[in-house]
Structures are given as structure tokens and as C-alpha cells.
Design a protein around this ligand. Structure first.
Ligand code: FES
Ligand code: FES
Length: 173
């Protein structure tokens, strides 16, 4: 939801960021990436290519994976934005997806990793995608890693998919 009470060239936009509702005045051409980083201290979404190719700026908008560098903040008005900051517990505990990355050494410089982990989280939450390693891998097609950590990332994905399968069948193996 937007309104026109903001100064000329700006709009007031209501966003729900990691569960909290906010109204911010933003430039009409401001990207969601800039809004999240500059106004909400979100550092997990990272600007690199700026044209929707690398996935480093990934956030979830209403649970859908979005490149925040190519979405205007005004387009996100009224929607729920989830960033990688929300994955773990507030007490610093890691989410299972993050643990799996750590256990498999799925990081080098880690620049791409928050977006990778958030994308895997979204894929696992999607019943269709979460069923197989290949479908999660398809979800990750838009996330690039300059360090080439793909094998370890896919090992973590395999662990997570296997665990999800075990839960579905009631197996503890
Ligand atoms: S910075 Fe957004 S996709 Fe590369
Ligand atoms: S771990 Fe360095 S870009 Fe992916």
C-alpha cells in the first residue's frame, strides 16, 4: 500500500520486514535492495550485478524468491519481506539450513551464502521443490557463487532433502 503524503518524488510504503510492519518514505525509483540495506540494516542481501543475474540480493517476498536489486520498493508495498537475518533464532542459534551449510563447509568468502541459504530454505518450504535434490538445485539456478562452492552447497542440500524425506516417512535414519 502506498500513499502520496511523502515529499515530491517519494512515496510512503508500508512493508512487513521479517515480521515487523513499517512505513517508510522512499524515492519512487528506489530498489528494494537499497531500502533494505539503507533503512533496515539488512546486510544479508548484497548488491553485485544489479541486473537480476547473480542472486546475491535474494530476499523472499510473500515466500517467493526475488532479486531485490530489480524490484522497486514501491512494488513491494503491503507485502511480507523475509531476509536471511530471520532464519536463525534471535539468540544467535542457527537455523537447520544454516547448520547444514556449516557442517558441509559450504562457504568460502561467504558473500553469496546468505542468499543461497535463504533460497534453499524457500525451496524446502515449497512442497514441490522440497521433494528432491534436483528440484532444490533448480531453485538455486539463479544463485551464483564466485568461489565455486557448488559441490559443498549441494551436499548440504542433499542432507536437508534427506532429512525432510525422513520426517515425511517418520524415519529417524
Ligand atoms: S545483485 Fe541482484 S541479482 Fe545480482
Ligand atoms: S562462497 Fe564466495 S561467492 Fe560463494
Amino acid at each position: 500500500m502506498t500513499d502520496q503524503t511523502a515529499p515530491s518524488g517519494q512515496v510512503d510504503v508500508r512493508l512487513i520486514v521479517n515480521g515487523d510492519a513499517h512505513t517508510v518514505a522512499v524515492d519512487v525509483d528506489e530498489t528494494l535492495l537499497d531500502t533494505l540495506r539503507d533503512r533496515f540494516d539488512v546486510t544479508s542481501a548484497r548488491g553485485t550485478c544489479g541486473i537480476g543475474l547473480c542472486g546475491a540480493c535474494t530476499v523472499l517476498v510473500d515466500s517467493k524468491v526475488v532479486s531485490s536489486c530489480i524490484m522497486l520498493t514501491a512494488q513491494a508495498a503491503g507485502h511480507e519481506i523475509t531476509t536471511a537475518e530471520s532464519l536463525g533464532g534471535g539468540d544467535g542459534r542457527l537455523a537447520r539450513v544454516q547448520e547444514a551449510f556449516v557442517q558441509r563447509g559450504a562457504y568460502q568468502c561467504s558473500f553469496c551464502i546468505p542468499a543461497m541459504a535463504l533460497t534453499v530454505h524457500a525451496a524446502l518450504a515449497d512442497d514441490e521443490a522440497g521433494r528432491s535434490r534436483d528440484s532444490v538445485r533448480e531453485y538455486l539456478a539463479g544463485n551464483l557463487c564466485r568461489c565455486g562452492t557448488y559441490p559443498e552447497i549441494l551436499e548440504a542440500v542433499t542432507d536437508l532433502v534427506d532429512e525432510a524425506g525422513d520426517r515425511a516417512t517418520g524415519s529417524d535414519a
